[in-house]
Design a protein around this ligand. Structure first.
Ligand code: BYC
Length: 332
């Protein structure tokens, strides 16, 4: 842990302090973890709140496209697995909100930002799940991309985020396998099932590549986040790793990647790919993707309808505190 520990609140109000910043950077460079009560530059705190909260919102909104298929899963086994996966994603959102709270922002504030449309969440969750094969494609590709992005976050310089990511990555790995297994079953099934798997791959491939964020030359935050060891790889590096790992998986399924320019470059050992439609990416993150409005409507409805649960939980916690205080008084 960072030894120059200072009170968080004191640090949050601190003006630029080159000496402390140099000590902070030396600590990051030495691969020590930054913990909540350590001094940190305001911009580091803000960057983490931004990234962790976007990540948490993504997990929560990410429950919606798959939740859409729970009642229509083709067998009890598939239903149980999908239910568990969606539940895991809710859990991931909660670990991540808790990690963000260690930086001095409340969960209520974060949720309010999401519901007010002020906070971003992953672009991918604004696409519809039209067939059962989409559930396979999400597990295989979306969770596969998530793992590629998130394994390096287990080594993030901020302790609470890094620790949350370790558990999340273990669960994501199960999600990816269940998705691939659905795709394998469909790809080895009837011609109609194989066509359904191919159609899902065709629709999800390009949006999945956008999950890694803008290309390095357009990424605003990568340089600083790499210096602070929040990010360990650039957006383009992770996208390339994902493509290299996924193309052979598609071939094993007997499916084709919807990119006429995809070609193996033996000299570099990488798969070269076509141009991503960055206009589509910008449209989706600006709120104009196929399902943005539907997703926000669903979250607001869930929040409103869950108000009584939050009130009841608070009332119960208060009652417990009062009961414990009364017991303590009686024991003294
Ligand atoms: N979608 O400078 P850049 C999951 C924004 S959950 C929307 O490169 P950075 C799963 C970016 O926020 C998946 N917005 O940013 C859940 C920034 O805007 P602001 C979520 C995007 O932060 C359930 C601007 O574009 N995973 O896997 O250095 C079921 C410029 O970008 C996106 C995480 O959140 C996008 N795809 O890098 C299944 C992982 N990409 O904030 C699966 C943690 C970029 O300036 N996050 N933007 O307004 C990260 O690793 C990084 O934040 C990113 C972006 C790589 C996403």
């Amino acid at each position: 842990m960072y030894t120059q520990a200072l009170n968080t609140r004191e640090a949050a109000g601190a003006a630029a302090d080159p000496e402390r910043e140099a000590r902070f950077q030396a600590c990051v460079d030495a691969e020590s973890r930054i913990e909540p009560n350590d001094w940190m530059p305001d911009a580091y705190r803000r960057t983490l709140i931004r990234q962790i909260s976007q990540h948490a919102h993504s997990e929560i909104v990410g429950m919606l496209p798959e939740g859409n298929w729970i009642t229509r899963a083709p067998s009890l086994k598939r239903k149980v697995a999908l239910l568990a996966k969606v539940q895991d994603e809710g859990g991931h959102g909660l670990y991540l909100y808790a990690a963000a709270e260690t930086l001095g922002i409340s969960r209520e504030e974060l949720v309010e930002q999401l519901l007010a449309g002020k906070a971003k969440y992953a672009s991918i969750f604004n696409y519809p799940t039209l067939t059962w094969a989409d559930i396979g494609a999400i597990g295989w590709l979306v969770d596969g991309a998530a793992i590629m992005n998130q394994i390096p976050l287990c080594r993030c310089s901020y302790g609470p985020y890094a620790r949350a990511m370790i558990r999340i990555c273990k669960e994501e790995s199960f999600h990816q396998r269940q998705g691939y297994e659905i795709m394998l079953t469909l790809a080895r099934g009837t011609p109609e099932q194989k066509a359904m798997a191919q159609d899902a791959l065709d629709r999800w491939w390009w949006p999945v590549l956008m999950m890694f964020g803008p290309s390095d030359q357009d990424s605003q935050h990568t340089d600083v986040s790499m210096r602070w060891k929040i990010k360990r790889f650039t957006n383009d590096e992770l996208r390339q790793k994902f493509i290299d790992a996924t193309v052979p998986q598609a071939h094993y399924l007997g499916l084709s990647i919807p990119d006429p320019r995809l070609a193996f470059d033996a000299a570099s050992g990488h798969w070269r790919f076509g141009e991503i439609d960055w206009d589509e990416f910008k449209r989706v993150i600006a709120g104009n993707g196929p399902c943005n409005r539907e997703r926000m409507r669903a979250r607001r409805k869930a929040h409103d309808e869950g108000a009584w649960v939050r009130e009841a939980a608070l009332a119960y916690a208060q009652k417990r505190r009062q009961r414990q205080a009364a017991m303590q008084v009686a024991a003294e």
